[in-house]
Design a protein around this ligand. Sequence first.
Ligand SMILES: [Zn+2]
Length: 258
Amino acid sequence: MIEPPAQAYGQGGTNMPPVCLVRVPRRVGPFGRELRMRPKFSLGRWDMELAEPWLACLEEAWAAYKAGSLPIGAAYVAADGTVFLRGRNRIEEPPGGEGLSGSRVAHAEMNVLRQAPTASFAEMKAGALYTSLEPCPMCFGAALMCGVREIRYAARDGWAGAASLSAANPYVASKHMRVTGPEPLVEAVSLVLLTETSLRRASPRSLDIVAALAEANPDAVELGRAWLREGRLQTEAGRGTAIEDICRDIWRELGQGG
Ligand SMILES: [Zn+2]
């Protein structure tokens, strides 16, 4: 049996949630009925739920999917562990929309960072930027220049991922950016959404991009292909299905979680 962590926060000298699934206490109401405050997942004998930052990233990624953009979401988490800023990819949406939209710079992380007040530069160093996909060179650089000193990403991106830029040159290295990832369960969800979207669009680079994603988790990419054939995500988007339910189905089909 997988033993989940006894606590969600405060490990490793930081207040950032260290894992994507956190143990939650049973909530018992009148007459012994269990109160389900929101969807949860079972893992062994434990009730689990997505840590708030990862849930925020996946909610944003799912919103981007439903809006026709790339399903990538991001969140800036303050030093006390609360989700402070959120953003999503909006490249495929009309210019002039909310935040950065209809532009090649309308990446999820950029839509988070654009909201950070200039005066908060020092405060940005205390929190962490969470993202559902390893940041590209633009977003890595923007995070660095906005004061972010910790990036946590869910899915590895063998196509455009830029985690290795942490030591690109003496200036960047002097900032001591901490980059951690992947987060396997969130990675699986992210890769299913990205694979389905990339193949459905059938751009000239789609096959290369999906091949790079498959190096991270071939089973998740294969599930993304299957769900494209079935029209599964398009159907769920039309129904307004919550991302927690998408997660549960993906993990069940991949034999992860419960
Ligand atoms: Zn980017």
